[in-house]
Design a protein around this ligand. Structure first.
Ligand SMILES: [Zn+2]
Length: 287
């Protein structure tokens, strides 16, 4: 599943290859891809045709292309969504859901989504400065956004009364932190994933936030350097970042700080990886 760094890689690709261009024709090849758009497939296609793409923006795992001061094309990649830019004459893959061509010809843009959990929709912009699309206005800023406020985050986090990993995955508190980056950040901050948020002191919250930003920034750098062709791609594999993972997927391997074998716990039908020594289990844990 694409996380913030992968989505940012796609955003940067869109900025480079489609921003400033005007849409010619939109073909919706699978209605599920625009299921959230109230205008339906034909309405979606008609509304987007003829529009110029002004900017490529992102919050957490959502990205959008602004069309003017009030409207945007919002994209969520889901589990397997890709926005592919390339030669309009290349073969049409069976997983292309929305096909967008531009008035200046090559290259075109294809929303490809094998599992069809992703979607595109037209929407209005909201907020004080009308910068955030209406459907994601409830999603908190992500920690690498300029508008992210560490003091607000700290106050809301310690009021939560939940486990710290659960809190990190809560998009209404902080967006863009998925399972992998949560485990990595908690290891860097030396905090157990089930640590009750209400027991975190100011220093620990600040250490946690530094760790989250550090992990995301490293992954962004890696994603940014791997993107260098006329091809906007997200596979969700994020192979480039695997080498720097400290705990995620490393059960039984020695912790790079203390050599204690990394432990894997069950967590919300998934896993939580941690070092039993660097991240000791807390009293009154919120499992
Ligand atoms: Zn350790």
């Amino acid at each position: 599943m694409p996380e913030l760094p992968e989505v940012e890689t796609v955003r940067a690709g869109l900025e480079r290859h489609v921003v400033g261009r005007t849409v010619a024709v939109v073909q919706v090849l699978h209605p599920r891809a625009v299921r959230r758009d109230p205008a339906g497939p034909a309405g979606f296609a008609a509304a987007l045709a003829g529009r110029t793409l002004k900017r490529a923006e992102r919050r957490g795992k959502y990205l959008w292309l602004t069309l003017d001061d009030d409207e945007a094309l919002l994209a969520h990649l889901g589990m397997s969504g890709q926005l592919l830019v390339g030669d309009p004459d290349r073969p049409l893959s069976p997983h292309v859901r929305v096909w967008i061509t531009f008035t200046d010809g090559s290259p075109d843009l294809r929303f490809t989504d094998q599992r069809t959990f992703g979607h595109l929709m037209m929407c209005s912009l909201r907020g004080d400065d009308r910068v955030v699309p209406e459907p994601i206005a409830h999603i908190a800023p992500d920690p690498v956004e300029a508008v992210f406020d560490p003091a607000v985050f700290a106050a809301r986090l310690t009021r939560r009364r939940t486990g710290v990993k659960r809190a990190l995955l809560d998009q209404s508190l902080i967006s863009g932190v998925g399972n992998i980056y949560a485990d990595e950040a908690l290891w860097h901050a030396r905090l157990h994933w089930a640590r009750p948020t209400e027991t975190l002191n100011r220093g620990e919250v600040s250490r946690l936030l530094d760790a989250v930003r550090g992990v995301l920034t490293e992954a962004l750098k890696a994603g940014g350097t791997s993107f260098d062709s006329l091809y906007v791609n997200v596979t969700g594999e994020s192979g480039y970042f695997d080498r720097s993972l400290q705990v995620y997927g490393r059960a039984g391997e020695p912790c790079s700080r203390c050599a204690t074998p990394i432990r894997r716990d069950s967590f919300m039908n998934r896993s939580a990886y941690s070092c039993p020594r660097c991240q000791p289990r807390p009293r009154n844990a919120h499992w």
